[in-house]
Design a protein around this ligand. Sequence first.
Ligand SMILES: Cc1cc2nc3c(=O)[nH]c(=O)nc-3n(C[C@H](O)[C@H](O)[C@H](O)COP(=O)(O)O)c2cc1C
Length: 336
Amino acid sequence: MSKSNKTSKNFWLSLRKPILALAPMAGITDPGFCTICRKNGADVVYTEMISADGLHHDSKKTLEMLKILPREKPVIVQLFGKNPEKFVRATKIVTKLGFSGIDINFGCPAKKVAGHGGGATLMRDLNLCYDIIKSVCDNTDLPVSIKVRTSIKSESIKNKNLNTKTKKKIITSLDLIKKIKDLRVSAIMIHGRSYEQGFNGEIDYNYIKNIKKYFKGIILANGNIYTPEKAKETIQKTKVQGLGIARGVYGKPWIFQQIKDYLEKGKYKEKSWTQIKKIALEHAKLNYKVKNNYGLIEMRKHLLFYTKTQKNAKEMRRELVSVKTIKDIEKIFKKY
Ligand SMILES: Cc1cc2nc3c(=O)[nH]c(=O)nc-3n(C[C@H](O)[C@H](O)[C@H](O)COP(=O)(O)O)c2cc1C
């Protein structure tokens, strides 16, 4: 797994530790938001998951999701799917587009993905996981990373004759890491929850810490990091080289800078409403640049996130949910 460390393209090696990464989030981590996070302290950003099948079949909609803004880099494109052959073409396509790395999704529990045997459920078939990762590694010179959960239970098999079910086995991401030890994987983001936990419940810090014994590349701990204090605690408990931050960035892309300040100086500042409005407007303009009017429709949810610290802002939020133009946003921000 160390081969990629020798390639000149392995940007992971040039990042300062602890590495603060924007974790992939479908519907959230698009080029506009990734840029805003980079400008506010994220060291590396992940795109939302992109369908390898879609790329394999030249889906226009999927290809449109692959735009990159100059200030986003280093940016990792995350692929999902379950068919190694389709990953081959998908890898070749994204390699040419200027991404800094390719990540493979082994953690998504969403029905749309896991329901069809992709995402987290892939871990139930470690040979298939191996083939997918190999397909990617063999077809790119970019660093390859994976995103996993701690574990998943196997499906119980019903024995019709005896009318019994076999006991479910637990398959861990450590099993996967051991399985792929000859493949050149540069980094792993571990969401410290099992598939069965979904998005709630405790993070298994000891599990993440233990992975260090078996994987010598970059490990990013993910899950439940909503404040700089929690970021520090996660690093202290896991002792890994970086963090993946997901829902903690909602309406707060500057959390990355706050974490850096807290780790370096023991304190950090909150943004004023005037500063928040400036960042939100910059974000909206980037969204418009990439996706035109549709970018502003997608911006509406972010606008609501940005206002979450504002008390008694019901009226403003009611107006923000129907913005259609940059001017609309400017007008509302002037009023409040
Ligand atoms: C809205 C949403 C979309 C997500 N989309 C993806 C995705 O595309 N790929 C992926 O690997 N994980 C995805 N995740 C999982 C996050 O990257 C992260 O692992 C999870 O939210 C736990 O981190 P948190 O507790 O900091 O939110 C998504 C999570 C959310 C909330």
